[in-house]
Design a protein around this ligand. Sequence first.
Ligand SMILES: NC(=O)c1ccc[n+]([C@@H]2O[C@H](COP(=O)([O-])OP(=O)(O)OC[C@H]3O[C@@H](n4cnc5c(N)ncnc54)[C@H](O)[C@@H]3O)[C@@H](O)[C@H]2O)c1
Length: 417
Amino acid sequence: MKPVRVLIIGAGSRGTAYSQYIQKHPEDAVVVGVADPDEFKRNRIAEMFGIPDEHVWDDWTGPAAGGKLADAAIIATPDSMHVEPAIALAGQGYHLLLEKPVATNEADCRRVIQAVQDRGDIHFAICHVLRYTKFTQTLKSILDSGRIGQIVNVQHLEPVGYWHQAHAFVRGNWRNEAESSFMLLAKSCHDIDWIGHVIGKPCRRVSSFGSLFHFTKANQPEGAADRCVDCGVEADCPYSATKIYMGMLEKGQTGWPLDVLAGEVNAETITEAIRIGPYGRCAYACDNDVVDHQVVNMEYDGGATASFTMTAFNMAGSRKTRIHGTRGEIYGDGEKIIVTDFLTDQTETIDTSAADGTMAGGHGGGDDGIMLAFLGAVSGDTPEAIVTGPQESLETHLAVFAAERARLNGSVETISL
Ligand SMILES: NC(=O)c1ccc[n+]([C@@H]2O[C@H](COP(=O)([O-])OP(=O)(O)OC[C@H]3O[C@@H](n4cnc5c(N)ncnc54)[C@H](O)[C@@H]3O)[C@@H](O)[C@H]2O)c1
């Protein structure tokens, strides 16, 4: 089955990124249909692949209404709009690459996974891209070799970054739980999933604390205005939209996150977006309610423990992890893996970055990695390549929902599958 025929459902940032991968690998896949209410975005992908008008739709229900047109569908709609297209397209026998989260609540998550499992004959991968990086694959093979013995404890930090938090979780699409989802699900479901993958056992109990500490009206500096362009104290604000976005433009950036502000990225469009658009709002005067810091403590089958910290207040950077085993320990930063052996007291550093020292594509190579795995599974070349299938994705999503319940209720939550 090559090239794999793919539908893109949701032609935003992620749908476009996956389409660009396909464009670079025409021998592996081709996009044969696209659905998105935004004319500019759906046409951008339609033009990339010369898709005829009858296979360009303004809503996911378009392709779901007809007969099966392709082998696979990539669902990259907003968080709250994953469930219905996933269930409908799974029912029609499309292999599915579904953006995370599966759904924004536990019951819907179970419905999607059930629909996939009932169908039984489709490949299904959740875009937990961190599992597909060279860093993670190397780390996992070291752990599976038993080199540091049994894993007893993991500490994992997700440094979201001050400007990324302001962009996506204060001003942007993931700022408000009712409109998208809570922070741990929107951002850190990757990390809770990744820790589970590293430990290799299901999570049984969780506790959690966290809050919206800083980005509130009460913390708006004296003299500030509700838009950065009108603000008298803008020059002293690290979260100034002008400082963040014009600074990126000055450094020659044109892609994400600037392309979220405007379809065409240039000084004029970004200036205008800051002047009138949502991304020019004061970071202390938005309708945001998601947390800007959260910790989660987890206990796994067999007794291993993990602690996770997500915080906005740092320079955005790669995740940092310490893994403590019975015979050794590991420190990893998304590129380097430093292994210490308790028998010899020797330390080895393994560099998993690309040979030229660059990160290999989006999410440390995870975006390319998941496409390779998914298309390989669908085409039959590498049927076992998907490591984010329905059951493991359900389990790690349940841990995320339980952690959020624990944060809200001040409880220790038990996870039952
Ligand atoms: N795996 C990752 O690392 C990662 C990273 C970022 C985002 N995401 C997830 O990917 C998904 C998409 O995020 P994004 O950043 O591309 O957002 P986006 O807003 O850029 O794209 C979503 C697209 O869906 C379209 N859409 C809305 N309603 C639709 C409908 N009825 N039918 C078809 N399309 C519709 C929107 O017009 C938009 O173009 C989200 O669930 C997000 O959480 C995953």
